[in-house]
Design a protein around this ligand. Structure first.
Ligand code: PLP
Length: 370
């Protein structure tokens, strides 16, 4: 039996998403920009999917722009958000624990003359509200912070940051990378207060190749990808209808947050009872637990677990095995970082998966001691 516990990297496609994508490929395959009937049917379907995603995030339909992934949404928001604001100032606030999609967008802006303040998160990866507010200057035009850290599950209070930052200067644009927060940590765009929100389909049991950027009404952002006039001229390229359909279908499923939360609690209680030498970071997101076996090597542990059909990861999948900048940023010891594993839970997991992980780790520890 397979025990897939790397759901923060990506998740299995759910039945509803798979069926929705197939329906498009089989029947609703017209180009939404075509003016004949096939095109119009596809366009209607596209708009119904946009409404589903908009409703799920608590936005208006015209505030949702489909993109190819969370990475594109982050690039779009940051690069074009800065471009929109360039006459007002060139200072951006972010953190040291962001995803590479954000970090590298910021590197690009720095090379173009922007100044980026990268704040140190707390010891779990959450960025303190006060440090963000203290970093605001008269030149600050953009704040970009992730809602849920993809390696530790730490939650940053975007709502409070948005409220306080806007009190100081309502013109500051707030972007949040909510790729790990969407359908895990409930929020509604309208009350969150962020101007731009990145989300991604493959983290919520849709398919790879689809994401969205919420852009609050009134923000006149320019497209990152130019060409045709799709997405109200904000994102060129024929809409990937199977992926969009899968995304909307996945949004309609019950995210079963309580179940995932209980599994995380169960995992922590099993660690405490059976593997007291295992360290972990206590964080609020229901689906991510960062654990470490100081003195052991993540790679060795991961490979051993894989022989038992248990899949976890060392850090973010896109780091491809490289050292975690997040664990370094939060000040973890070399020992913790070298033995760290990220457990990513989903609604498809059961207690059996946790039991398998606990016995796999128990065995790994014994073997490694020999
Ligand atoms: N932001 C965060 C926090 C993520 O965890 C990820 C994916 O791991 C991304 C952005 C990138 O999303 P995508 O894989 O859809 O490009």
């Amino acid at each position: 039996m397979e025990h897939y516990l790397d759901n923060a990297a990506t998740t299995k496609t759910c039945e509803a998403a798979k069926n929705a994508a197939l329906e498009i490929m089989d029947n609703i395959y017209g180009n939404p920009s075509s003016t004949h009937t096939k095109g119009r049917i596809a366009k209607d379907y596209l708009e119904s999917c946009r409404k589903t995603v908009a409703d799920t995030i608590g936005a208006n339909t015209e505030e949702i722009i489909f993109t190819s992934c969370g990475t594109e949404s982050d690039n779009f928001a940051i690069l074009m958000g800065a471009e929109l604001q360039k006459r007002k100032g060139k200072h951006i606030i972010s953190s040291l624990a962001e995803h590479d999609a954000v970090r590298k967008s910021l590197d690009k802006l720095e090379s173009m003359g922007y100044t980026v303040t990268r704040l140190k998160p707390d010891s779990t990866g959450s960025v303190p509200v006060s440090s963000v507010i203290d970093a605001i200057t008269s030149e600050t035009v953009l704040i970009t912070l992730m809602m849920v850290n993809n390696e530790t599950g730490a939650v940053t209070s975007i709502k409070e940051i948005s409220e306080k930052a806007k009190e100081i200067n309502p013109d500051i644009l707030i972007h949040t990378d909510a790729v790990q927060g969407f359908l895990k940590v409930p929020f509604k765009a309208k009350t969150l207060g962020a101007d731009m929100i990145s989300i991604s389909g493959h983290k919520i049991h849709a398919v790879k190749g689809i994401g969205a950027l919420y852009v609050k009404k009134g923000i006149k952002i320019k497209p990152l990808i130019v060409g045709g006039e799709q997405e109200r001229d904000l994102r060129a390229g024929t809409e990937p209808m199977p992926q969009i359909a899968a995304f909307a279908a996945a949004c309609k499923q019950d995210p079963e947050i309580e179940k995932i939360k209980e599994l995380k609690e169960y995992l922590i209680s099993e660690i405490k009872e059976k593997l007291p030498q295992v360290k972990y970071l206590k964080t609020d997101a229901p689906h991510i637990l960062n654990i470490s076996l100081p003195g052991y090597k993540s790679e060795v542990l991961m490979n051993f677990l894989e022989t038992k059909n248990i899949f976890v990861s060392k850090s973010s999948a896109c780091k491809q095995g490289k050292r975690s900048h997040v664990l370094e940023a939060i000040g973890q010891t070399t020992d913790y970082i070298d033995g760290a594993l990220r457990i990513g839970l989903s609604r498809f997991n059961t207690k059996e998966d946790i039991d398998a992980l606990i016995s796999g780790l128990t065995e790994a520890l014994k073997l490694a001691h020999r």
